[in-house]
Design a binder for this molecule. Structure first.
Ligand SMILES: NC(=O)C1=CN([C@@H]2O[C@H](COP(=O)(O)OP(=O)(O)OC[C@H]3O[C@@H](n4cnc5c(N)ncnc54)[C@H](OP(=O)(O)O)[C@@H]3O)[C@@H](O)[C@H]2O)C=CC1
Ligand SMILES: O=C(O)CCC(=O)C(=O)O
Length: 510
């Protein structure tokens, strides 16, 4: 049985009472100094926290009250349940897709497989997607989906059936399509699941010539783009590198400004955490700690990321890894001394219970929502800089945008211009050689005339996107004397408000 609950609703009025009481709970805890005793339940849920961050930023934006209401509310949510056979028994599976905003189409955002998935989480994540896309000028609305399963409990064949069945639900309810809503990988999903989704969509829509663009994060052989797998981690690296280069950041946290020698602790060693740690390591940072579910690995001289990854593949855990100290209480490493802390696992990992113990100079939110509303304030008051999720982890959706554009153009990046670029650069070089009176070596010549490959164009587009968005955020933070999360959200609200001008005017006054 499935329940179709696509509906427009104005969440603002309905939630204001709950938000007030949640806010006062945080305030109470802070003012009584009882933060050690705070539990997760004392704090606002993820969706409420996203709304509270929105309200804080709204005050600095240029948007009218009417537009703010429009931007903040979730457009549509789909909730489905369907049966799956597991060892001869029927298990009911629940899945969700939230389209927070359709001010730009398609809606865009990942699909996660996790036993923690619920409607408010998916809604919160879809709102973050709306704001994230605007921050990095990716022309999409925000969406997010999730299936409430622990993928470790299911075989590959069962996961394929679940994924295909959920996709069928999305197809039937018009919650997927290249111009409608385009999922991507998130926690517990990757290229394999995206391939199943694409195949199911194409079977359901055989006439859609753009069918491949119904999902991003696919394998290359299925129309993926080079660079998507590592995009979020690479974007995290570019973002942190940019922030550390700002003189006011260096001054505030007393940092030399270079990645080289910077000590980094990362929570989560999945897609985002692994790739972020690889890029930090490759550029001279010391990744001194990796925090996982069961244990954490620590080495003050830096961990060899590839060796740790191989060890975990072979042994299923960091346990026993000879080249690092293994810590049994993994969460305690979030409180370790370091320059940069990168939570790259799940939301609400830093709350009032542990915020006051954080010693990192800068926290880069690679995960979505890793810091609660109350903790955000505690951390900033303690002098730690927070680079927020909607900016820092936008590399994934940015490269998804490139993949989508590639699918719609049916053309690999670089295919039309690579040889042309090489030929024209070769002609230019011949002139330079003539004037300089010496021929270049073969190596010099190859390096100079080399035309860009797809992954080089993707990396370059991602790097530029992150640099521009970081600087726009910085500018607003300086101008309005506000923190970076509020600044990124303010920019985002302003951009969305502009794009709403005239849209939907038949139905609303916004
Ligand atoms: N994939 C992407 O492109 C993007 C992801 N994000 C966000 O980044 C975060 C991570 O996503 P992603 O890397 O894709 O997900 P993955 O499923 O690939 O990895 C998550 C990792 O975090 C670990 N983990 C889960 N809970 C904890 C915990 N409490 N303590 C320590 N480790 C934990 C998981 O361990 P185990 O496997 O044992 O459960 C796993 O190694 C999420 O918040 C996601 O929304 C944001 C932008 C884009
Ligand atoms: O690549 C995408 O479309 C979305 C990635 C995502 O889910 C996220 O940024 O949280």
């Amino acid at each position: 049985m499935s329940l179709f609950a696509g509906r427009l609703r104005n969440a603002i009025g309905l939630r204001s009472t709950a938000r007030r009481s949640a806010l006062s709970a945080s305030a109470r805890l802070l003012s009584t100094g009882l933060t050690d005793f705070a539990t997760e339940e004392d704090e606002p849920k993820f969706l409420k926290a996203v709304e509270m961050f929105f309200d804080r930023a709204a005050r600095y934006s240029d948007a009218s009250e009417e537009k703010l209401k429009h931007i903040k509310s979730t457009d549509s949510v789909l909730s489905v349940t369907f049966p799956m056979d597991k060892d001869g028994k029927t298990v009911m599976i629940r899945g969700y897709r939230s389209q927070h905003s359709r001010h730009r189409l398609p809606c865009k955002g990942g699909i996660r497989f996790s036993s923690e998935v619920d409607l408010q989480e998916v809604e919160a994540l879809s709102a973050l997607m709306t704001y994230k896309c605007a921050v990095v000028d990716v022309p999409f609305g925000g969406g997010k989906g999730g299936i409430m399963i622990d993928p470790k409990d299911w075989t590959e064949a069962e996961l394929e059936r679940i994924t295909r069945r959920f996709t069928l639900e999305l197809c039937q309810k018009n919650f997927i399509g290249p111009g409608v809503d385009v999922p991507a990988p998130d926690v517990g999903t990757g290229a394999r699941e995206m391939g199943w989704i694409a195949d199911t969509y194409r079977n359901f829509n055989p006439q859609d010539v753009n069918g491949n663009a119904c999902v991003t994060g696919k394998a290359l052989s299925l129309g993926g783009v080079r660079g998507r797998t590592e995009a979020t981690g690479l974007g995290v690296y570019y973002g942190i590198r940019e922030f550390l280069s700002f003189p006011e950041v260096q001054q505030k946290i007393k940092h030399h400004g270079n990645i080289e020698g910077t000590s980094v602790i990362i929570q989560g060693f999945g897609n985002v955490g692994y790739w972020a740690s690889k890029f930090f390591e490759a550029n001279g940072a010391k990744v001194i700690g990796i925090v996982e579910h069961d244990v954490a690995a620590y080495s003050k001289n830096g961990i060899n990321i590839e060796q740790l990854s191989l060890w975990r593949k072979e042994n299923g855990s960091f346990k026993g890894f000879p080249d690092a100290q293994i810590i049994d209480r993994p969460m305690s490493l979030l409180e370790g001394e370091c320059d940069v802390l990168i939570p790259a696992a799940l939301e609400r990992q830093i709350g009032l219970r542990n915020a006051h113990k954080i010693k990192a100079k800068l926290i880069g939110e690679a995960a979505n929502g890793p810091i609660t509303f109350g903790a955000d304030e505690v951390i900033r008051k303690n002098g730690t800089i927070i680079v927020p999720d909607l900016l820092l982890n936008a590399g994934g959706v940015c490269v998804s945008y490139f993949e989508w554009a590639k699918n719609l153009s049916h053309l690999r990046f670089g295919r039309m211009n690579k040889r042309w670029d090489e030929r024209s650069k070769g002609q230019l070089l011949a002139l330079v050689e003539g004037n300089a009176g010496r021929p270049l070596s073969e190596l010099e010549r190859r390096q100079l005339i080399h035309g860009a490959e797809e992954h080089e164009l993707v990396y370059s587009g991602l790097e530029d996107t992150m640099i521009v968005a970081c600087n726009e955020t910085r500018q607003t933070a300086i101008e309005k004397n506000i923190d970076y999360r509020t600044a990124a959200l303010t920019n985002s609200i302003n951009k969305i408000a502009i794009s709403l001008t005239g849209s939907g005017s038949i139905f609303t006054h916004a």
